[in-house]
Design a protein around this ligand. Structure first.
Ligand code: ATP
Ligand code: MG
Length: 411
């Protein structure tokens, strides 16, 4: 029979590989809580419409990357490619659009049909926050500051830069869009086929293209700053001022546009040069139209998502937990009492193991192999006297300890 294989672009996280993964999520969760974010978990699959409507029918994600399938009832479902749409759907479904603002943290797997490479998978994980119901630029600055604090706390603050841009408000975008259409139409023959399609549907997307020829054209394209209304320029200036007050360093990069349709005003990315081609670790912005797009009231939003795998590659290996102790019965008649002691230690919060079989020598060998910090030896004499022999496996030093004092001696 043919051996089963993992699906291309998926990976197993085994033992020690799970440590950096958990460290990223745990640290992010703690810091998001300091910013007042409550954790939400939405389903891993949604009606396809949730993503098709929110991400825009023409986005790369919707056109090329979604895992969509009909379920047995014939509904079209999609494995979530990102979580912002799901959080906004949940805000509406749970009647929370009247209790705003809502600050949300999430962590979990996402699915995109992409070409797998280092830092790019078909099942990957994201952490993210969303601040819903706050139109103020302070919300943008707070969301970004939360992201920055998480990166700094993970020890990667020195390896990332925050690139910030504005996409303006509706009128700014309309004017900018017209200028881009004019510019790219004049150079249409040199655009990639993908970008030629974008020209008709969403010309801003061309700025996000990874195609070499497109990038050369993009370098000379008009910049948004020339098209901002006074309101949009003031909003962007306030975000920058608040970021400075929060002590978050940034550079303005007018080429940052997000790949998704629903952004307005602030767009940003935290990028690094340490991960090769997959340099964006955290990205987000303001999406004031999204909740309404999903059929809810006009609720503004701002947030970001970060790739857990990319961050896990960047952080120092977190320390493993404390080594266990090995409980070792010195003879067969101590086996039963050893199990009682094992249970007692575990309930006292101490990691403890026992070999399933073997004589004293074998069990001591195994204690060394699992790198136990100590062996707790007990035989008939120890049982009778209510003591154990506690042997430090690093120094070899052995001493007698009253059984009642053992948890304290090992704490
Ligand atoms: P990229 O330009 O790298 O494709 P994106 O714009 O599609 O990124 P977002 O949708 O903004 O990415 O997702 C936010 C973050 O999630 C990214 O910055 C990245 O760290 C991570 N991410 C996105 N897609 C993947 C993937 N396929 N595998 C691993 N991490 C990913
Ligand atoms: Mg992508």
């Amino acid at each position: 029979m043919q051996t089963v294989k993992p699906v291309r672009g998926t990976r197993d996280l085994i033992g020690g590989e799970m440590r950096p993964h958990r460290a990223v999520i745990g640290r992010a969760r703690d810091i998001a809580a300091r910013f007042g974010c409550a954790e939400w978990a939405t389903p891993i699959f949604e009606d396809t419409a949730v993503f098709a409507r929110s991400l825009g029918e023409t986005s790369d994600v919707v056109m090329k990357e979604m895992y969509s399938f009909p379920d047995r009832g014939g509904e079209s479902l999609t494995l979530r490619p990102e979580n912002t749409a799901g959080i906004c759907r949940a805000l509406i479904s749970n009647g929370l659009t009247q209790t705003l603002p809502q600050k949300v943290f999430y962590a979990g797997p996402m699915f995109r049909y992409e070409r797998p490479q280092k830092g790019r998978y078909r099942q990957f994980h994201q952490i993210g926050i969303e601040i819903l119901g706050a139109p103020e630029p302070l919300a943008d600055a707070e969301a970004i500051a939360c992201g920055w604090d998480i990166l700094a706390s993970l020890g990667v603050g020195g390896a990332v830069t925050l690139e910030l841009n504005t996409l303006g408000d509706g009128p700014s975008r309309a004017a900018y869009r017209a200028a881009l259409v004019e510019y790219f139409t004049a150079h249409e023959a040199r655009l990639s086929p993908d970008s030629r399609a974008r020209l008709a549907r969403n010309p801003l997307r061309i700025l996000d293209s990874k195609d070499e020829a497109d990038r050369a054209l993009v370098a000379a394209a008009p910049l948004i700053e020339g098209f901002l209304t006074a309101g949009a320029a003031g909003f962007f200036a306030q975000v920058q001022a608040d970021l400075t007050r929060f002590g978050v360093p940034f550079t303005v990069n007018p080429r940052i546009v997000r790949g998704l349709d629903y952004y307005s005003h602030t767009a940003f990315e935290f990028v690094t040069t340490t991960l090769g081609a997959q340099g964006t670790v955290m990205a987000g912005g303001r999406y004031d139209g999204l909740v309404a797009e999903l059929g809810g009231p006009a609720v503004p939003g701002v947030g970001w998502a970060a790739g857990v795998e990319r961050l896990a590659l960047m952080i120092a290996d977190p320390p493993a937990g404390p080594a266990p102790v090995a409980v070792v019965p010195v003879a067969a008649e101590a086996e039963g009492a050893a199990l009682g002691l094992l249970a007692e230690l575990r309930r006292a919060g101490i990691g403890a193991e026992i070999a399933y079989r073997g004589n004293l020598r074998r069990r001591m060998e195994r204690a060394n192999r699992i790198q136990a910090r100590a062996a707790v030896l007990l035989g008939a004499d120890e049982i009778a006297r209510g003591v154990v022999q506690l042997k430090d496996l690093a120094s070899g030093e052995q001493r007698e300890v009253a059984r009642a004092d053992l948890p304290a001696a090992l704490a």
